[in-house]
Design a protein around this ligand. Structure first.
Ligand code: AMP
Ligand code: ZN
Length: 116
């Protein structure tokens, strides 16, 4: 399955990668909705949260642990992790990903259009 994010993972498309290990990659969102807006995703092509299976449970745990690690490295005290699911949920790219949004200086500054 060759989706846009698979192309980024395979380095067929360029992106600003901030983290990579053998199963997970993180790169900057091309249209940032926060001072820091990263996407964190498994290299395995899983279309969405709706497609997760029991066998993926460790991978999903690692996705959150890597998100925590990246946030810590970026000195973020607070941040949002968002997974859009399906078109109705605002998902445009059918490769499971977490949005990591942060870098606001105050809670007031935090309003993100189109995000909870
Ligand atoms: P979603 O709506 O949850 O599927 O999010 C898809 C995200 O991918 C959007 O925030 C886009 O701005 C982002 N995006 C689309 N194309 C690229 C790209 N080539 N590199 C980085 N981010 C992208
Ligand atoms: Zn993919």
């Amino acid at each position: 399955m060759e989706c846009l994010f698979c192309k980024i993972i395979n380095k067929e498309l360029s992106s600003e990668i901030v983290y990579e290990n053998k199963e997970i990659i993180s790169f900057k969102d091309i249209h940032p909705k926060a001072p820091l807006h990263l996407l964190i995703l498994p290299k395995k092509h899983i279309p969405s949260v709706n497609h997760l299976e029991e066998i993926d449970s460790k991978l999903v745990g690692n996705l959150f642990l890597i998100s925590q690690k990246i946030a810590r490295k970026k000195n973020l005290r607070g941040y949002k992790l968002v997974a859009n699911v399906g078109r109705e949920g605002g998902q445009l790219i059918d490769h499971l990903h977490l949005h990591l949004l942060g870098g606001w200086k105050s809670a007031k500054e935090r309003e993100v259009p189109g995000m909870p």
